[in-house]
Design a protein around this ligand. Sequence first.
Ligand code: KG4
Ligand code: ZN
Length: 414
Amino acid sequence: MRILAIETSCDETAVAVLEAEGTPDTASFKVRGNALYSQAGKHAAFGGVYPDLAKREHAANLVPLLHAALTESRLRVDEPTNLSSDKQQHLRELLVREEALVNALIPYLRNHGKPSVDAIAVTQGPGLEPALWVGVNFARALANVWDLPIIPVNHLEGHIIASAVASHADQPSRFTVDQMQFPLLGLVLSGGHTEFIYAPSWGDYSVVGTTRDDSIGEAFDKVARLLGIPYPGGPGISALAHTYRTARKAKVSAPLAKRPRFLPRPMEHSPDLDFSFSGLKTAVLYHVRELGELSDEDKGKIAEEFEEAVTDVVLAKTKRALETYPAATFVIGGGVSANSYLRARISGFFAHHALDTSLRLPAIGLSTDNAVMIGMAGYFMHLRGANTLSAHEPLRADGTLSMHTPRETDEAQP
Ligand code: KG4
Ligand code: ZN
């Protein structure tokens, strides 16, 4: 099955084409085309994602990215195509709030024929609603003109599946789920979410831990701002911490290398699986205020200690989560799972404790938002017969879409 996938939940605009085959146990994917534009640089001036700008950028970039993904996958059909005035009117109604998008899409569709794909997968939520709507309406427009089914995808399931699949060094565009054992415990660490998700099987999800305030990615971004590092702050903090850590270790002989801890590890020892990062951010704020003017040394020291504190908490919660939910497979996904220090600590923990749980981490390009993971999740949804819509059925973007699988017993609860 060939899937065209679209992702617009935050500040990455992405379109991918995947070839998918196999059962949930044997699924394999070949990425035929993967076009992504990160708007992060444009949001940097605002210190975070500015929803109206995200929406405008998605609208401006989707058609060029569609073109790029279809070109890369060799599925672009250069053929003048008749688009009746009724069809054009329908597209204008569907994309009434995305005028720039429809103005680019109509000429595109008149110059290109239907590509050989079987379905369109699109992120329905969670995320920034104005941003999600652009992708959803774009998917509906394409589905309408090309008469294709739409698979609405939960972005968080995308992150989980992107972490669960294994990449192949000799074939970097190929991913397989080989020998994935259930139950699965997933930890999504992103700009919007910090959630433990327990799954006895694909499609059966319970959120068993979450953040009580800021997400882990937000904490990285806010602390970065305090250190004068532009948005998105995660990669910047990570780089600064790495440089500082390396220089510090080179200077001090091993027994003296113990650093003072000066930031809290919020909820590290709480008996639940929840997180809280706002106190940690505030502690950095007070520390920065106390220091006044920050030297490069100060910034490096704070970056390292912050990264250390966050990782301590993630590791402590991971241990607790695995005690509470013994899982055969543990996966970490989302933008913060690109953090190399966190990856190394988690991998070290699994390597040193002979656990009955195997660890899977996403390929670096699949940690942060992308459309490949949406296509993969779309395929799993297709396999379980869930939710495929015709182009004529309504589809709403849902900024707060939950990962929790609805159960009959849910309704009985007060
Ligand atoms: O999953 P993602 O791309 O978008 C959401 O779904 O939210 O995650 C974005 C978040 C941002 O907060 C960014 O600062 C963080 O992931 N991030 C990192 C790193 N790369 C991205 N945080 C720490 N270390 C990194 N290397
Ligand atoms: Zn994400």
